[in-house]
Write a new protein. Structure first.
Length: 115
């Protein structure tokens, strides 16, 4: 059974940092594209960052380039999203996704950027 469990969200002031984690089980972790999405209230879910299988190539939304970094630890079967210089418009529920033939999603973790 595939499970994705996110953690690391919370309340942070503008300019602050957070690191999200997504622990995966039940999949061959290194052979799956892993992604982070976010959904703000009243908006559609959007891709934030993804990391490829094998070559670990990365892709970022323009709005987070230079501030967010996605990485994966194949020993821990975990993908991370380091978020720096956070802004109020980064406020959203962040979801981890495993791009298996039938994609799997985590339950989400809330990130709130506010003073």
């Amino acid at each position: 059974q595939v499970q994705l469990v996110e953690s690391g969200g919370g309340l942070v002031q503008p300019g602050g940092s957070l690191r999200l984690s997504c622990a995966a089980s039940g999949i061959t972790f290194n052979s799956v594209v892993m992604s982070w999405y976010r959904q703000a209230p009243g908006k559609e879910r959007e891709l934030v960052a993804s990391i490829g299988k094998f070559t670990y190539s990365t892709h970022y939304a323009d709005s987070v380039k230079g501030r967010f970094t996605i990485s994966r630890d194949i020993v821990k079967n975990t993908v991370y999203l380091q978020m720096n210089t956070l802004k109020p418009h980064d406020t959203a529920v962040y979801y981890c996704k495993a791009s298996t033939p039938n994609p799997y999603w985590g339950q989400g973790t809330q990130v709130t950027v506010s003073s």
